[in-house]
Design a protein. Structure first.
Length: 136
């Protein structure tokens, strides 16, 4: 895929992917008005990360009141590895996703549990994550 007028952005994204291949973590934030081409840039990255484990989350206003809805989109594909998490982390994720019962876990424990899940999964495969918030 060639994006017209987006050479600088594509070169930056290529650098991010090259760093990931070298084992360095990078974060990129794509900001812009609706129709600015953010989705096209995400598609560009997706095409160049073929064979990688990919996780995506899309935020929509109708899910605003649903606790952990974005995290659920990210972690649902990783839940087959939940047994590898330490006990408290495993309990936190399985509770917030309704797979077990218990009191609501601390949100920071839920966050570290998700991070541990991603790190565990990325040991065996390159991993790319993207979050997209839909405009109102």
């Amino acid at each position: 895929m060639t994006l017209l007028g987006r050479r600088a952005e594509c070169e930056e994204l290529d650098g991010v992917l090259a760093d990931a291949l070298a084992g360095r973590t990078r974060v990129v934030v794509l900001r812009g008005e609706a129709g600015a081409g953010k989705s096209a840039l995400l598609h560009y990255v997706s095409e160049r990360s073929d064979g990688w484990q990919r996780a995506r989350a899309v935020g929509v206003e109708s899910e605003l009141e649903l606790a952990y809805s974005g995290l659920h989109q990210f972690c649902a594909p990783l839940m087959d590895h939940v047994d590898h998490l330490p006990g408290p982390q495993r309990a936190a994720l399985t509770t917030v996703f309704g797979l077990s019962t218990g009191p609501a876990p601390d949100r920071f424990l839920v966050g570290i549990s998700a991070r541990t899940s991603f790190r565990w999964r990325s040991r065996s495969r390159r991993h790319a994550r993207s979050i997209r918030r839909l405009q109102r």
